[in-house]
Design a protein around this ligand. Structure first.
Ligand SMILES: C[S@@+](CC[C@H](N)C(=O)[O-])C[C@H]1O[C@@H](n2cnc3c(N)ncnc32)[C@H](O)[C@@H]1O
Length: 275
């Protein structure tokens, strides 16, 4: 059977997608030949690509677990959640809060096809296929409303997704819109790709790769990423650090110096508290 015949409804196996590319970078198998060719080509120009993906995934898991263990957050919204992978959000936070509730939101139809792995059998997780650029649709979705209590703090995760949203859709206003919908004491964790530490060849390859997917990529500066936290109280990324944006490998690391790497510097990240 060809990949085209295997592709679930709505999935175009002839075009790479951000979700399937990321799955490939993480060593997953939910991807097609077009994703693997595009991923290999990008890695030729950006040798630390896989390290960057793993550093980002590590940040996602550490930030979610920190919200659960240190802040007692019991409910999570994971925007741009990606395909099921090792350490899905509900598995990470349930190590601490066994009955934590998680709503996954992604725009890629492949996520819908694979959603079985994200659905816990106790009905405390759900998967919504929606475009996060439409916060009204996302926030009023009945499946989200069924699991999330907006009078209580929420952990909002937006890792490695805002760089797929162009300035024309005002991703800064979107983050504010989502954060404003949450109860005080909620937390927002986000990561975002940057060209700040990359050579021009890697930057060009990054833009070229995502030019061929349903969405482009928008690499942003530290100052641009810092602006996502306007109105939020920055959490220090590790003990004794100033509250600020940092690189994904470093946030919450036991030994930030050892955790620093070239791949880690492909994405900025931070966690902010909704006052
Ligand atoms: C690089 S993956 C990140 C997955 C996960 N958040 C992580 O950091 O491990 C980016 C995901 O964002 C999704 N995405 C991109 N644009 C989106 C949008 N406008 N609304 C919802 N999801 C989107 C993609 O389909 C993809 O699954």
């Amino acid at each position: 059977m060809t990949e085209a015949e295997q592709a679930p409804p709505g999935v175009d196996p002839s075009t790479p997608s951000p979700a399937r590319l990321y799955d490939y970078y993480l060593g997953g198998t939910t991807n097609f030949q077009v994703d693997r060719i595009a991923g290999d080509r990008l890695r030729d120009a950006l040798p630390d690509l896989y390290d960057a993906a793993w550093a980002n995934r590590g940040f996602h898991q550490r930030a979610a677990r920190w919200m659960a263990s240190e802040q007692g957050i019991r409910q999570f919204i994971d925007l741009g959640s990606g395909l099921p992978t090792q350490g899905n959000t509900h598995l990470s936070v349930r190590q601490v809060i066994p009955d934590a509730r998680v709503v996954y939101v992604d725009v890629d139809p492949m996520v819908a096809a694979m959603s079985g792995e994200l659905l816990a059998d106790d009905g405390r997780t759900s998967v919504i296929i929606a475009d996060m650029r439409d916060p009204d649709e996302v926030l009023s979705h009945p499946d989200l409303r069924a699991l999330i209590d907006f009078t209580q703090p929420v952990g909002l995760l937006m890792t490695a997704v805002l760089h797929f949203i162009g300035d024309g859709s005002d991703p800064w206003a979107l983050v504010t819109r989502y954060a404003d919908a949450l109860a005080p004491g909620s937390y927002v964790a986000l990561s975002h790709a940057t060209a700040d530490k990359l050579p021009p060849r890697s930057v060009q390859a990054m833009y070229a790769t995502y030019e061929n997917t349903p969405t482009r990529i928008y690499l942003r500066s530290r100052a641009d990423v810092r602006r996502f936290f306007d109105g939020l109280e920055f959490v220090p990324p590790y003990p004794d650090a100033a509250p600020c944006v940092t690189y994904v490998g470093v946030w919450g690391a036991d030994d930030p110096e050892a955790a620093d790497s070239e791949g880690s510097r492909v994405l900025y990240c931070g966690v902010g508290k909704r006052p």
